[in-house]
Design a protein around this ligand. Structure first.
Ligand SMILES: Nc1ncnc2c1ncn2[C@@H]1O[C@H](COP(=O)(O)OP(=O)(O)OP(=O)(O)O)[C@@H](O)[C@H]1O
Ligand SMILES: [Mg+2]
Length: 203
C-alpha cells in the first residue's frame, strides 16, 4: 500500500466537487484504503463561521457584508486550522485525505477581490496536495446544475464572477505540476471514472 495521499477536488460552484468527492471516497475504499473525506470551509469553528457569512449571515449594523480581504484572511485561517487539526492527523494515522476545495479555491476566488501575491503569501508553508483535480465545466452548465439542485444563492455566484474564477483556475492548474484539469461536462459516472483513473496513477 502506497503512502497516504492528500487529494483535492476544485472547481467553480456547481462543477460537481461534492458529488465526486463522495464517489472518490467509495473508489479508494474499494481499493482497500482508509479514507478521510473533508471539505472547505471546514467543519471547525472558523469554517462554520465562514459558511454562515457565505449564506448572508453576520452582517454589519448597516447591512454591509464582511469585507473581501477579511474573508480572505478567514479562509486562510480556516485552512491552517483544518490542516493542523484534521488533515495532518488523518494522514499521520495512515488515511488518504480527500478534500472538497483547498488552496486553489482561495487563489481563484479571493484573488478576485485581493492582490494575488497577498493571497498567495497567506498560504506560505502550507502542505501541498499530492494531487489537485480541477473539474472543468462551462459557467452555464455549473449554473444550471445549481439551479436544478435548488441551491441558495451565495456570495460569489454571479456568472461574471464565476467566469473569472474559472479562467483563473485554469491558469493556476497549468502552472502546477501536481494539478490536472478534467473535463467535467459528462455524466456523474463518466466524470467519476476520469477522476478514479487519474487518482489510480498515484497508487
Ligand atoms: N456530471 C454531472 N452531470 C449532471 N449533474 C451533476 C453532475 N455532477 C453533479 N451534478 C449535480 O449538480 C448539482 C451540484 O453538484 P455538486 O453539489 O456536487 O457541485 P459542487 O461543485 O459541490 O457545488 P458547490 O460549489 O455549490 O458546493 C447536484 O445536484 C449534482 O447532483
Ligand atoms: Mg459542493
Amino acid at each position: 500500500m502506497s503512502k497516504p495521499l492528500f487529494i483535492v477536488l476544485e472547481g467553480i460552484d456547481g462543477s460537481g466537487t461534492t458529488t465526486q468527492l463522495g464517489l472518490l471516497e467509495r473508489h479508494l475504499a474499494g481499493r482497500g484504503r482508509r479514507v478521510h473525506p473533508t471539505r472547505e470551509p471546514s467543519q471547525g469553528p472558523v469554517g462554520r463561521l465562514l459558511r454562515e457569512i457565505l449564506l448572508g449571515g453576520h452582517r454589519h449594523a448597516d447591512g454591509a457584508p464582511v469585507d473581501g480581504l477579511a474573508m480572505a484572511l478567514l479562509f486562510a485561517a480556516d485552512r491552517r486550522d483544518h490542516l493542523c487539526r484534521e488533515i495532518e492527523p488523518a494522514l499521520a494515522a495512515g488515511a488518504d485525505v480527500i478534500s472538497d476545495r483547498y488552496l486553489l479555491s482561495s487563489l481563484a476566488y479571493q484573488a478576485q477581490e485581493a492582490e494575488r501575491d497577498w493571497v498567495a503569501g497567506l498560504a506560505r508553508d502550507l502542505r501541498e496536495p499530492d494531487l489537485t483535480l480541477l473539474l472543468d465545466v462551462p459557467v452555464a452548465t455549473a449554473a444550471e446544475r445549481r439551479r436544478a439542485a435548488g441551491r441558495a444563492l451565495e456570495r460569489y455566484d454571479a456568472d461574471d464572477v464565476q467566469a473569472r474564477v474559472a479562467a483563473r483556475y485554469r491558469e493556476l492548474v497549468a502552472a502546477d505540476a501536481r494539478a490536472a484539469v478534467l473535463d467535467a461536462r459528462g455524466s456523474i459516472e463518466e466524470v467519476a471514472r476520469a477522476v478514479a483513473a487519474t487518482v489510480d496513477r498515484l497508487l
